[in-house]
Design a protein around this ligand. Structure first.
Ligand code: FA5
Ligand code: MG
Length: 474
């Protein structure tokens, strides 16, 4: 697919990514700051005992030898793999260049590990786990980062295995009875099948229902493994689980173009519902594209950072990228295999080292005037709509999209931006021109930022906003 480099190809019309060449076109939007972080063999680019690595191994060993851990594939995928094969309609908001990094119209940085479902099933894999770096243009705060990691898991069985008393039923009953004995898990599941999406046309509803039960028992077991012990530890001060509150999990109906029925799983943890994964019964389309016949099953995709932040009390997503030993050393006390415990049997909890002072800088600007400005004062707010179909409205007026603003900030100052919030949104009553004000909070995780350095960074950001986004500073 990539054109061979020839002496007459102009350097400005192609871009080389890890030795592969991509033709630049009107969709190309991957900034240098992201390009330089792609790694040739992105098998979690971390040191041993990095918290993401610990979490990944804990999940892999929980799933055991039935599930084959796959190597992380190359991060650039075709839009066919990332979207079309999975049934994303052409106008799905997740496909917009405001949300996705494109090398060109045909190739993007994968936005989710589901991009590898078709290939993996096509290899004949039936029960597998695949962990990889994924990329999304998104807002800037303590839980969003343009690069994060997902783990995809899937399990398919042949129709034969779904018969009464067959392999699937046996496994389901085993898992369900283990869960009910644990008494640690309270599952809220008042999901009406209609809301979670119908069983698929080609599926025998009894098989699909059993696949859903298998999915639920499997993932409830994972939740118990990840959060159960910690929960017991916290609510009863380390005592045994007898009087501990059960861990609450809920299954929320969801919509993904590549599963039906579909769910999001949330866990009640430290006073909040935390979304940890999306999942569902794999669309027939996916298996057809993979040339797999006579099988059905489920897939899930979970966000490793989000879970690790909660499990290990990591307050800021940028910490996963720090080289600071004060962070990394805290996870070195493993006891081997899985390693979620310290040497004295406690659970690893990150102890934040002293925070350096923040430094706020505001920037106010008028949006560029466009020919047909249907200015609306409703705030566009968060742009991330994930890979489901719960589309949020993106930016209202003109061609401005928040993610372009965030990208300039990220690309200019990197991890020195802690968060960016919109603090004003105003439309002039006479001219109908719209003005926005954002507050950028500059703070290093590792060192003190001098005011002069921050000023210089901020001026650079402002300069790029003017030159690249044509914003008029107020
Ligand atoms: C997906 O990406 C689907 N591919 C998941 C899936 C797989 C559904 C297989 C069905 C079958 P979503 O966009 O909701 O869905 O992301 C999945 C998880 O990734 C979220 O639950 C969250 O834990 C994590 N996540 C999403 N966006 C971010 C982000 N910007 N930063 C960190 N973690 C994120
Ligand atoms: Mg989601």
């Amino acid at each position: 697919s990539s054109c061979p480099s020839s002496s007459n190809s102009k350097p400005s019309t192609t871009q080389t990514v890890l030795g592969r060449e991509y033709k630049v076109d009107d969709y190309t939007n991957v900034p240098a700051s992201i390009l330089k972080r792609l790694t040739p063999n992105p098998d979690l680019p971390y040191k041993p005992n990095h918290p993401l690595q610990l979490l990944r191994s804990q999940i892999e060993s929980h799933f055991g030898s039935n599930y084959h851990p796959m190597a992380s594939p190359f991060p650039v995928v075709t839009t066919t793999l990332n979207f079309e094969d999975l049934g994303f309609p052409d106008d799905h908001p997740g496909r917009s260049p405001t949300d996705t990094y494109y090398l060109n119209r045909q190739n993007c940085l994968r936005t989710h590990t589901s991009a590898h479902e078709v290939e993996t099933f096509a290899k004949g894999e039936q029960r597998w786990l695949l962990t990889a770096d994924v990329y999304r243009r998104d807002e800037i705060d303590s839980s969003h980062y343009p690069i994060f990691h997902q783990m995809e898991g899937a399990s398919i069985f042949s129709h034969e295995d779904y018969r009464v008393g067959g392999k699937v039923q046996t496994e389901v009953e085993e898992m369900e009875s283990r869960l009910s004995r644990s008494k640690l898990l309270e599952i809220e599941d008042e999901v009406d099948l209609k809301m979670a999406g119908d069983y698929q046309k080609g599926h025998d509803p009894r098989m699909a229902a059993l696949a859903v039960r298998h999915l639920k028992a499997t993932l409830n077991g994972l939740v118990l493994e990840l959060f159960g012990e910690r929960h017991r530890f916290e609510t009863s001060g380390g005592a045994t689980g007898s009087q501990a509150e059960p861990l609450k999990v809920r299954w929320i109906p969801a919509t993904f173009p590549f599963t039906s029925p579909s769910y999001e799983v949330e866990v009640w943890f430290r006073g909040k519902w935390l979304e940890i994964l999306g999942c569902g019964v794999v669309m027939e389309r996916t298996l057809e594209r993979a040339n797999v016949e006579g099988k059905l099953g489920w897939a899930f995709g979970l966000g490793l950072e989000r879970i690790a932040m909660v499990l290990y009390s990591i307050p800021d997503i940028r910490l996963f990228w720090t080289e600071d030993k004060r962070f990394l050393d805290q996870f070195q006390t493993s006891t081997g295999g899985g390693a979620k415990r310290t040497s004295d049997g406690g659970l690893i909890t990150f102890k934040p080292y002293s925070k350096f002072p923040p430094c706020y800088k505001d920037v106010s600007f008028w949006l560029p005037q466009t020919s047909t400005t249907t200015t609306s004062s409703t705030s566009p707010s968060s742009s991330s709509q994930g890979q489901g179909t719960e589309a949020k409205s993106s930016s209202s007026s003109s061609s401005f999209h928040e993610n372009d603003f965030f990208e300039v900030v990220r690309d200019t100052v990197g991890d020195l931006a802690e968060d960016v919030v919109k603090i004003d949104d105003f439309t002039h009553p006479k001219t109908s021109r719209r003005s926005l004000c954002y507050r950028i909070n500059y703070r290093s995780m590792d060192r003190n930022l001098e005011n002069e350095e921050t000023n210089a960074l901020h001026s650079k950001v402002v300069e790029r906003l003017v030159n690249e986004l044509k914003l008029e500073i107020r």
